[in-house]
Design a protein around this ligand. Structure first.
Ligand SMILES: [Fe+2]
Ligand SMILES: [Zn+2]
Length: 393
């Protein structure tokens, strides 16, 4: 038996959403809001999300009420609203559930509101050149609104330029720590990209690099990457060439839907065997979430391993890859920016490809990676604190 609780629910905040009518219909509750929109919640959903002291709160992991404790009778005996709180009383055991109206509105299950709170990337091509979202790094140190601009830009465009970054080695770590937790790789926590006479890694050679994503040999991508320029090449070379992988995928879908479909399904292996490292992962180039939105894009010709596919898929997969590489080499999708001393580029490696023009001068760029979950966690906390967004996905 669940005890009756009238204590303040976790879902209570300062309410803004005003209810016009409440209409229980046996298996669900329809709420008409003051702006005319109607949200409908199933009774089982409403009972499951009760976060009173006796049921416990899912968001903190302290949950006491279990689905299998639910009665088969999930009808409501009363549904009332007062002072921004909806009070529901359950027929079977008299349990009382409170919902803050704002919380319910922000969890509305209508198609439009579900879409509006989901991540909505804005795809881009070379028209982003000269228009990259940028943030004043020194200001962002003390101003959360400026810091949020950086998080929002990386979420939406996959990229943000930080200006006013001290061109010192000490600062690389501080930039990363503003974005999230440093994710160490086999290069260590910070990778020095310096033109050297006899480099063993291609990144250290002053040659141009094709657009690619990094670290594709990991099941979970390193996520957010940061290039911090200590010294730009004197010859004006070594510019960063950035490409929106989601845009490339969209273009592939437009010109060859079958190739798009294939690269959304077949696993492409990537491997890294150097020193004592034996990393390997295989995923489709284009990954989607349950709703069909692109969630990840990986491409790197230099690190692709031998395809391990049935005979009939080998040639079509190579044909689809060639088509996608062709698109990725097309300058209409390239946004070029010559990172100067005092600039850093923060970008989402699960979406944005990086490349580089060749150069002949002395150039020193420092690369570090940031854990993607911590990045999104900080974004969500900032949006909640500064904008009152309580349900961002
Ligand atoms: Fe790279
Ligand atoms: Zn409860």
């Amino acid at each position: 038996m669940i005890s009756i609780s009238a204590s303040t629910p976790t879902h209570a905040t300062a309410a803004r959403a005003t209810v016009r009518t409440l209409a229980p219909n046996g298996t669900s509750l329809a709420i008409e809001w003051e702006d005319g929109h109607t949200s409908t919640f199933h009774n089982i959903w409403l009972r499951d999300n009760c976060s009173c002291d006796s049921c416990g709160d899912h968001s903190g992991g302290a949950r006491f009420y279990e689905l299998n404790m639910m009665s088969d009778d999930l009808s409501l005996s009363t549904a009332t609203v007062a002072d921004g709180l909806i009070q529901l009383t359950w027929n079977s055991d008299g349990h009382v559930t409170h919902y803050d109206t704002d919380w319910l509105r922000s969890h509305c299950l209508s198609a439009t509101e579900r879409t509006s709170r989901r991540h909505q990337p804005i795809l881009w091509d070379n028209s982003l050149e000269g228009n990259v979202p940028e943030v004043d790094y020194m200001l962002a140190q003390t101003d959360d609104a400026e810091k949020l601009k950086m998080f929002d830009a990386v979420r939406t465009y996959g990229i943000c330029l930080l200006r006013n970054v001290p061109a010192t080695k000490e600062e690389t770590k501080k930039v990363a720590e503003m974005v999230g937790h440093i994710r160490e790789t086999h290069y260590g926590d910070i990778f020095e990209i310096i033109s050297t006479p006899n480099p063993t890694l291609v990144a250290n050679q002053p040659v141009p690099l094709r657009p690619h994503t990094d670290e594709n040999w990991r099941n979970t991508l390193v996520g957010i990457m940061i290039f911090h320029t200590i010294r730009a090449s004197e010859d004006g070379g070594g510019a960063s060439v950035m490409t929106d992988g989601f845009k490339l995928a969209e273009e592939l879908k437009r010109i060859d839907p079958d190739a798009y479909d294939l690269l959304s399904k077949v696993p492409i292996p990537h491997r890294r065997f150097i020193h004592d490292v034996g990393l390997r992962a295989e995923t489709p180039v284009i990954q989607h979430d349950y709703f069909g939105n692109i969630s990840e894009f990986r491409l790197n010709e230099r690190t692709m391993g031998p395809l391990d596919l049935p005979h009939d898929l080998i040639e079509p997969t190579y044909a689809a890859l060639k088509k996608l590489y062709d698109i990725s080499y097309d300058p209409q999708f390239h946004m070029t920016h010559l990172l100067g001393s005092g600039e850093a580029l923060v970008f989402d490696n699960a979406r944005v490809l990086h490349a580089r023009t060749g150069f002949n001068g002395n150039r020193h760029v420092r690369l570090t990676h940031v854990d993607v979950d911590e990045f999104h966690s900080r974004w969500r906390q900032l949006r909640r604190r500064l904008n009152g967004d309580i349900n961002l996905i």
